[in-house]
Design a protein around this ligand. Structure first.
Ligand code: 13P
Length: 255
């Protein structure tokens, strides 16, 4: 299964900084052919990023979107506005959206349905908090999040979906999950998606691991079968560190 690795820039980079990153990254593209690569800039840098990526295989993702098509929703961004710039993927339900901005399972479900309707590929983020993990609730939390987002979807619409397993306690802490725990969560996600959306959706699903991924540890995650890529924060902010991470992943995938 082709690896999919995305840099989530969060609230970093002006348009000029984003373009400069892309110009430098694509010079190193040969190092990571065979990996599907995405950058997910802030909305204000989408146009500059799209322009800088022209002619490259690196794809464009967004970090969020509205569940509405258009209308009186001050401050929101519609899917159509993303597609105008060639956005193909959209991160939905990131833990920062859930925990800092109060997005709940219902909101994430509405966004996911809209993304599918608009032909955008959702990168659906799931993950447990430290407290939920300590209480032995990891599996039930992941299953609840998946069920809320996906239950009852038409099986044909769920093909090609991406799920990112990002344990909240591993994000930005330098303390990544163990590869075995990431693989167990990824296998669980595949099984639950298969159960909810049918075997086809389960088998075409790609599951990323996210949380303190870097060039040194990426190989230990993507060498395990259930893990099909990564969602990267900090290590995706500099072109050289992201290129090194992608090269390490490509090398592992070739073995
Ligand atoms: P870090 O890679 O900085 O831990 O961030 C992970 C993340 O939240 C990506 O969406």
């Amino acid at each position: 299964m082709k690896l999919i690795i995305a840099a989530n820039w969060k609230m970093h980079k002006t348009a000029a900084e984003a373009a400069s990153f892309c110009n430098q990254l694509i010079l190193q593209e040969k190092k990571f052919t065979g990996v599907e690569v995405l950058v997910c800039p802030p909305f204000t840098a989408l146009a500059a990023t799209a322009a800088a990526l022209e002619g490259s295989a690196v794809k464009l993702g967004a970090q969020n979107m509205s569940w509405e098509e258009k209308g009186a929703y001050t401050g929101e961004i519609a899917p159509r506005m993303l597609k105008e710039f060639g956005v193909s993927h959209v991160i939905l339900g990131h833990s920062e959206r859930r925990h800092i901005f109060g997005e709940d399972d219902t909101v994430i479900r509405k966004k996911l349905e809209r993304a599918l309707q608009e032909g955008l590929t959702p990168i659906l983020c799931i993950g447990e908090t430290e407290a939920e993990r300590s209480a032995g609730k990891t599996e039930s939390v992941l299953e609840r999040q998946l069920r809320a987002a996906l239950e009852g979807l038409a099986p044909e619409s769920a093909g090609g979906l991406v799920v990112a397993y990002e344990p909240v306690w591993a994000i930005g802490t330098g303390q990544a999950a163990s590869p075995d725990d990431a693989a167990a969560a990824a296998a669980l996600a595949r099984a639950v998606v298969g159960k909810l959306c049918g075997p086809e959706a389960g088998s075409t699903l790609r599951v990323q691991y996210g949380g303190s991924v870097n060039a040194d540890n990426i190989g230990s995650f993507v060498s395990l079968d259930p893990v099909n890529g990564a969602l990267v924060g900090g290590a995706g902010l500099e072109p050289d560190s992201f290129a090194a991470l992608l090269a390490a992943a490509a090398e592992t995938a070739e073995r």
